[in-house]
Design a protein around this ligand. Structure first.
Ligand SMILES: Nc1ncnc2c1ncn2[C@@H]1O[C@H](COP(=O)(O)OP(=O)(O)OP(=O)(O)O)[C@@H](O)[C@H]1O
Length: 645
């Protein structure tokens, strides 16, 4: 049986796991997600100051999600407030009549219609409450969906470098709860608006009865509000300090459950090892959460005690007003009723404000992520790229990954023309993939320029440029969709074009495979879905080839496109890429198979980010240099010492 660890022990065990797996104790920095309110301390009045803006934002979201339902909600809430005022004032009239002293049959009879009206007003109020609850329940999910899609729409457009930036990733991750918060804020805002309307009604009645009753109401409720806000701040700060931990814990959880890598995990016995670390990392969070709950209970107790004392004082003052004849009996009875209703209403109001504020802290992360994603979006402006591809010129380009001092690509120049295969070769880490991403317009070089048909792509509309490019990378996506969608996803504008699909399938020699799939082209290529099927690595690579072909782009960028193919298929694949170039397309080919580079018009050899050799393959093989050395090394491995000169 597991021994329950105390807080310090659990923290220590969690820290050990983090060090072993992730190289150190995690930063508890909030990165971009630091929220001023939580950092300064969410003071009650600061919260009240923010309330109008919060309500405005929630209403705006509700308006965007479903304006008709929002209007219905408002009408129902105002109606409830009016009904509550009417009921209370009518009760006061009846009580006044009863306390006149003579409880005669006439008095009772004259009160009967008022009682009937009170009953009707209460029924209407209940009816309106049901309508406003229904409207709130309908709006919440709609707003949540709106917030989630708003965020995804923005994130999907950001520059690739932003997705590799850990701060931005943390921000996007911590914005996820914010989308749920947006939905919840509708409910809390509804409660605030409804509560404020009925409180205004109660306050109005109390003010009519005696002005001192109004501040009394506040004294009872303010301590509760203070406690709630204090706890909201704690739980937000806790969540923020654990965002990084939670991400890493979730990564461990995924490793334990996902199919990819499951075989290795079992054979190497890494499952139990990772599970143990998962448990110890979770223990740290658990201990912290228990500490926060203890503090929250303490705060609640203090708040309830102070509020209790205020309630006793309020009733004592009411009794004093009655005793000193500053208030009539009927008025005191109505005031008691209004105080009772008002106190619980005000308490609910304070709680709703607090809950709205708590959700707003997460919602603000969502807003921050949306704004940041907007700032990091790839521009859709710039010079238009139209007409067929004529040339790409790379001139003295250098690129540094964010936070690195050594450039991954330095001072590189080359060109690509229609009908050419340009092969990028070089050792691991020499900068080939980075250069390909720069040429694809995914990274913007810090020095030098890339020109597409003479237009500097840093100043061009890159979305238009992408329409001319197909990308086939080493880590191409295995979409958990049908075989058909896995190919047509490269150009969704023509996903119904059966002839283009057939061409792509035939290009990648996939006919036999597709005919053998249980549901043909409609088979889902993921075993974790019912009826799904898994493919081999080589078969997946053919799907990726078909995907690139389906796009029918001017420039095809292939990063190690054949690493999983058998020798025969590999030779065929290179022949197909050659044929693609012969049909007028351009191919940028990254490969470690130097024999295949021989079919290129131009070979560019990279070392430590620099071009160390460039020229036609025969030319490079004919003179001493890196390409010739590497080629000889590979040839010797296959027992072909002679160069194919
Ligand atoms: N996202 C990244 N952030 C920071 N550094 C990176 C990133 N990607 C690559 N690098 C670094 O940039 C350098 C060039 O990497 P790149 O992937 O371009 O090499 P490559 O020639 O394609 O290697 P390989 O043949 O192994 O695929 C390497 O030192 C690598 O560590």
């Amino acid at each position: 049986m597991h021994r329950i660890l105390d807080g310090a022990e659990a923290e220590e065990v969690g820290a050990r796991s983090e060090k072993e797996l992730f190289g150190g104790r995690l930063r508890t920095s909030h990165g971009m997600t630091r929220h001023e309110g939580a950092a300064q301390g969410a003071r009650f009045f600061m919260m009240l100051r923010q309330l109008p803006a919060l309500l405005r934002r929630t209403v705006q979201l509700g308006w965007r999600a479903d304006r008709k339902t929002l209007m219905v909600f408002f009408v129902a809430e105002v109606g409830q407030g009016a009904a509550a005022t009417y009921v209370l004032l009518s009760i006061n009239t009846i009580l006044a009549s009863l306390f006149m002293g003579s409880t005669t049959w006439e008095h009772a009879r004259s009160s009967a219609p008022s009682l009937l009206y009170i009953g009707s007003a209460s029924t209407v109020s209940a009816f309106l409450r049901a309508i406003s609850t229904g409207a709130t329940n309908r709006l919440g999910p709609k707003v949540e969906k709106l917030a989630a899609t708003d965020l995804l729409r923005r994130v999907v457009r950001v520059e690739l470098t932003s997705l590799e930036d850990p701060d931005f990733r943390t921000l996007v991750d911590s914005a996820q709860p914010g989308t749920i918060s947006a939905g919840r804020m509708i409910g809390h805002s509804a409660a605030i608006i409804g509560g404020a309307v009925s409180l205004l009604a109660m306050g109005g009645v109390l003010a009519i009865l005696h002005p001192v009753l109004l501040p009394l109401l506040l004294f009872v409720v303010i301590p509760k509000g203070w406690g709630a806000v204090r706890n909201a701040r704690r739980s937000y700060q806790f969540m923020q300090s654990r965002v990084e931990h939670i991400r890493q814990q979730q990564a461990l959880g995924r490793l334990l459950t996902e199919q990819h890598g499951a075989a290795e995990l079992r054979v190497h016995g890494a499952g139990a090892y990772l599970l143990a670390h998962y448990e110890s990392m979770a223990a740290g969070g658990e201990a912290e959460q228990s500490r926060i709950s203890r503090n929250a209970t303490l705060t609640e107790l203090v708040a309830s005690a102070v509020s209790g004392v205020s309630t006793v004082a309020a009733y004592a003052i009411l009794a004093a007003l009655l005793a000193t004849q500053h208030m009539a009996m009927a008025g005191a009875a109505t005031a008691l009723l209004a105080m009772r209703i008002g106190t619980s209403g005000l308490q609910r109001l304070v709680m709703s404000i607090n809950q709205l504020y708590e959700q707003a802290l997460f919602f603000n992360d969502w807003r921050r992520a949306c704004n940041e994603a907007e700032l990091r979006a790839m521009t859709t402006e710039g010079k238009s790229i139209t007409g067929p591809f004529r040339a790409m010129e790379v001139r003295r380009v250098s690129y540094w990954y964010p936070g690195t001092k050594v450039p991954a690509v330095r001072d590189v120049s080359l060109s690509v023309r229609p009908g050419e295969v340009v092969a990028l070769v070089g050792e691991n880490g020499s900068g080939k993939s980075t250069l390909a991403k720069i040429m694809a317009g995914l990274y913007v070089a810090q020095a030098g320029s890339v020109y597409w048909n003479g237009i500097d792509i840093a100043r061009a509309n890159r979305h238009e440029m992408f329409q001319h490019i197909a990308l086939l990378t080493q880590d191409f996506k295995h979409y958990p969709f049908t075989a058909r969608s896995n190919i047509t996803i490269s150009d969704t504008r023509k996903s119904d074009d059966v002839n283009a699909l057939k061409d792509a399938v035939s290009y990648a020699d996939l006919e036999c495979l597709f005919n053998s799939l249980a549901h043909g082209w409609d088979t889902v290529l993921d075993r974790t879905f019912r009826g799904g099927q898994e493919l081999s690595g080589g078969q997946w690579q053919r799907i990726a080839l078909a995907r690139a072909h389906f796009r029918d782009a001017d420039l095809v960028i292939c990063d190690e496109p054949t690493s999983s193919l058998d020798p025969k298929s590999e030779i065929q694949a290179f022949e197909k890429l050659r044929a693609l170039a012969d049909s007028g397309k351009s191919v940028l080919l990254i490969t470690h198979r130097l024999a295949s580079a021989r079919h290129a018009e131009q070979v560019v050899v990279l070392a430590k980010g620099r071009v160390v050799d460039i020229g036609a393959p025969e030319e490079l093989l004919g003179r001493p240099g890196t390409f010739r050395d590497l080629y000889m090394m590979q040839a010797a491995e296959f027992g072909q010492a002679d160069l194919p000169l």
